[in-house]
Write a protein that binds this ligand. Sequence first.
Ligand code: FES
Length: 72
Amino acid sequence: MNKEESPEKSTKSQVVVQVSPNGPLYLKGKVTLIDQHGNKSETSDLTAFCRCGSSHKKPFCDGTHNYIEFKD
Ligand code: FES
């Protein structure tokens, strides 16, 4: 096992979650996403998750919150 594969290294990776006012939940950093069917995929460096419940691409934000005038 090299240094990049060690558990110590993986715990230093940082993922930041930011709540956007009246908008999505931004996840900054790559993570493994497991969907409702158990399928795994890797996120990109920036992912927006729907917080308003109206996205047509759940769990991702598709901008619909702007049209429905979602408010916190
Ligand atoms: S937060 Fe953007 S579509 Fe729901």
